[in-house]
Design a protein around this ligand. Sequence first.
Ligand SMILES: Cc1cc2nc3c(=O)[nH]c(=O)nc-3n(C[C@H](O)[C@H](O)[C@H](O)COP(=O)(O)OP(=O)(O)OC[C@H]3O[C@@H](n4cnc5c(N)ncnc54)[C@H](O)[C@@H]3O)c2cc1C
Length: 392
Amino acid sequence: MIEPTRAAALAHLADFTPRMGRDYAAGRNADPGPGARTAVTELSPHIRHRLITEEEVVRACLARHSPTAALKFVQEMFWRTYWKGYLELRPQMWTDYKGWVARVDPAVAADAMAGRTGIACFDAWVAELKTQGYLHNHARMWFASIWIFTLRLPWVLGAEFFLAHLKDGDAASNTLSWRWVAGIQTPGRNYLARAENIARYTDGRFHPVGELDEHAAPLTEPGPPPPGMLPPADPAPTGRVALLLHEDDLSFWPSGCDVVGVGGLCFPAERSIFAASPVARDFTIGALADGLRGATARIGGEPVRLELEDVGAWARGLGVRDVVMPWSPVGWTANMLQGAELDGVRLHRVRREWDSVCWPQARAGFFGMAKKIPFLLERFRLTETTQGALPL
Ligand SMILES: Cc1cc2nc3c(=O)[nH]c(=O)nc-3n(C[C@H](O)[C@H](O)[C@H](O)COP(=O)(O)OP(=O)(O)OC[C@H]3O[C@@H](n4cnc5c(N)ncnc54)[C@H](O)[C@@H]3O)c2cc1C
């Protein structure tokens, strides 16, 4: 369990960086179980809340490893950026997903969510998810596949169950990964969990032979809509401003303005129809507190955790009319902020350059973005000579 602080994330990053090269590529698919994982970072909750950024993690990796050795790790980091961009260019997918969630009866998944299916691996992952707020990537794939194709439960309920419990619960990575397993993100191609594969990559901890539907057909829902344009962000204002942090980006600091106060918002209850589990909620609240401490340390004073309806009065109390905040990508925070009444205070939503440059690359499949990774790395000066050096 890595504490929900930037300092803990940076310390873990430093410790893990030597393993980001060929060791990661060789070991990342195996899940030896809680407490025994050394091949993956388990930093996704910190990255999702941006206690540390994708750019910082990729920079640390490439400072230590050659582009060839770093290839797999860098690609996995870009999967996150890709999913974020994909949903940002197609916000309707989130609206449609939430609409469907509202129409299903959660009771149909009661046994699965209680870990009472009789499939030992699945029931163990339910317990791990609830107590740790984390599952290994391969376990997430097996879990989602069993949920959809063996238990025949609505995928949107499984996705909501994940959002409620994962400390890294994220609108884009989660929704689109569930769609990918179901065979509706890349229509016609589903991911089927197989007993032999589970036994092999769990070091024999589980072997659900004869218990899984290993031949199910993909779901047949409409595929993704075509991409739109990235919505415009605001330029950072100049002059005196208040900084409003939220759970999508807790290490943001605006340039070119004079920050006179720091406040923070988070909406854990809005994560899913099951709200947020205590583990996920406590992580987010802890991360927000740490982000607020970090920002306040730059200017002095006391950070404030705010309710949305208090933002206007808070800003006016600081003597400012301009509130600057990091961009909130498609998800529950953006939903809450949409159309919020802020009592005459102007809200400036500023997007990081990483997002503005990378997200528009998510127009089609991941391969299209992967081809551009060398140029993106160069663009952000993460390597000096990447062009053509990554064998993509
Ligand atoms: C059904 C399903 C649901 C998922 N839901 C989420 C979610 O809500 N939030 C979330 O952050 N990830 C989600 N993922 C992606 C992935 O499983 C996790 O990001 C990863 O397991 C985190 O563990 P780690 O930090 O040890 O990863 P590492 O292997 O150490 O990877 C380093 C970082 O790269 C990024 N990353 C790695 N793999 C992926 C991937 N496949 N997709 C997106 N980013 C990736 C993460 O930020 C991760 O922290 C989901 C995957 C599946 C199959």
